[in-house]
Ligand binder design. Structure first.
Ligand code: FUL
Length: 449
């Protein structure tokens, strides 16, 4: 305890009253966090009606992705370094992309493959083939199902969840969307029951919602995690669709639960494919910026890439994905910090304990030009850094290069190019014993600018 108060420093930024046991990630959260780049696949009748929210009256007859090739989607994602893909098995319109036995409103009544197709199966199989993890989005808000608004809808929803959790192999993430239209019927969801079913049938899966229980919404759809972003929050009083986005964006240094932020954002203005947005696809460079704003702020990037009406990723989207990965690979190819057994071995668990206001000096591999830094905490031990600074050695003195707030899993710093042979990192405030896991210094690809 003594250590912890000492770390707080005189300013005592963080309330000393937080004497509860500090939260740490579960194994499933730790695995999830390290995926870094994950993908969303928004696909349903909206792809054919050019809507973002279907109203549930769409005929299954309009769903006909004649060239559907889930292998093309997943291979494009694999080539771009994505580690997980989540399919909208059912969006708010209620149309099911798999032949569920609980409703006729599904692919089985569409012309696609004469009603014998199963999009969820094709994506799950492609993920298995290319080594990606697989996840499902099953919208609680359902504008088609007549039982919606009654208690029996919870049985309907759980029946569908059970199908998805038992027939498609390992599921790494289940996405519980809190969205609900203003004029929607009242509905008391049995989230406790839904979550228990996931734990029972897929114990390794993380569950997403505004309130966790495993991972939380980042509070916006613009690809912007808080510059200060704690993986801890207090979930009491929160529920899917019921949380303050600003609170979710920053997290809470005094939070009692470990519920890290997931940054969901689309490669296009909409979540679904619209031909009119073909010229508005984010560039590779734009996606790299999202990476800094999500992964680089202790979050995780969940990038949506929507298949088109043929059932394919558009060429423009594939090109941006490729460019994104190629820029990141070039930037982070070579860590310019001289090898340090624990700090440059790319392992979280081998870490160095650092006390507040004790600078840690890092030699570079000779005199180097750098403009990016990466700092990681060993989050197996929780998240503790509240603020810090980086300096560089020039003309016989230490000069300030950058300041930062939270670090957590990963903090990426961007700063104007400097040339130096030494850097030093100082943690100035922390709410517990800091274990620094990794540090890196880099020169960004010229294509980032
Ligand atoms: C929101 C939904 O209403 C959007 O359509 C989209 O699925 C997004 C990821 O979540 O809440």
């Amino acid at each position: 305890m003594f250590n912890r108060f000492r770390l707080l420093g005189l300013a005592g930024l963080l309330a000393i009253s937080q004497v509860h046991a500090q939260p740490k990630p579960t194994a499933r959260q730790l695995n999830w966090q390290q995926l870094e780049t994950t993908a969303f696949l928004h696909f349903t009748v909206n792809t054919y009606t050019d809507k973002e929210w279907g109203d549930g009256t769409e005929s299954p007859a309009i769903f006909n992705p004649t060239k559907l090739d889930a292998r093309q989607w997943i291979k494009s994602l694999k080539d771009a370094g994505f580690k997980l893909a989540i399919i909208t098995a059912k969006h708010h319109d209620g149309f099911c992309l798999w032949p569920t036995k609980f409703t006729e409103h599904s692919v089985k009544n569409s012309p696609w493959k004469d009603g014998k197709g199963d999009v969820v199966r094709e994506v799950a199989d492609a993920c298995k083939e290319f080594g990606l993890k697989f996840g499902v989005y099953l919208s609680p808000w359902d504008r088609h199902e007549p039982r919606y608004g009654t208690a029996s809808y919870n049985e309907y929803y759980k029946g569908q969840l059970r199908e998805l959790l038992t027939n498609y192999g390992p599921i790494a993430e289940v996405w519980f969307d809190g969205a609900k239209g203003e004029n929607a019927k009242d509905m008391t969801y049995d989230f406790a029951g839904y979550w228990a079913l996931v734990r029972q049938l897929q114990p390794n899966a993380v569950m997403f919602s505004d309130a966790g229980p495993d991972v939380r919404w980042v509070g916006n759809e613009a690809g912007n995690a808080g510059e200060t972003c704690w993986s801890t929050i207090n979930t009491e009083g929160l529920a899917p669709g019921k949380a303050d986005p600003k609170y979710l964006n920053r997290g809470d240094a005094n939070g009692k639960q470990w519920v890290p932020a997931e940054t969901d954002v689309s490669i296009r203005p909409g979540w679904f494919y619209h031909a009119a947005e073909d010229s508005k696809v984010r560039s590779g460079q734009n996606l790299v910026n999202l990476y800094y704003q999500s992964v680089g702020r202790n979050s995780l990037l969940l990038l949506n890439v929507p298949p088109n009406r043929d059932g394919l990723f558009a060429d423009s989207d594939v090109a941006s994905l490729r460019e994104f990965r190629s820029i990141l690979d070039e930037t982070f190819k070579k860590n310019l910090i001289a090898r340090q057994p624990k700090l440059t071995d790319k392992k979280l668990a081998t870490a160095v304990s650092v006390a507040a206001n004790q600078p840690l000096t890092l030699d570079l591999t000779g005199t180097q030009t750098v403009d990016r830094m990466s700092i990681q905490e060993n989050i197996e031990n929780g998240q503790h850094i509240a603020s810090g600074r980086v300096e560089y050695w020039a003309d016989g003195a230490w000069k300030e290069l950058a300041t930062f707030t939270t670090v957590g899993y990963k903090r990426l710093l961007r700063f104007p190019t400097i040339t130096t042979s030494r850097l030093r990192v100082t943690v100035t405030e922390a709410n517990g014993p800091v274990q620094l896991a990794e540090v890196g210094a880099y020169k960004a690809s010229s294509r980032e600018q």
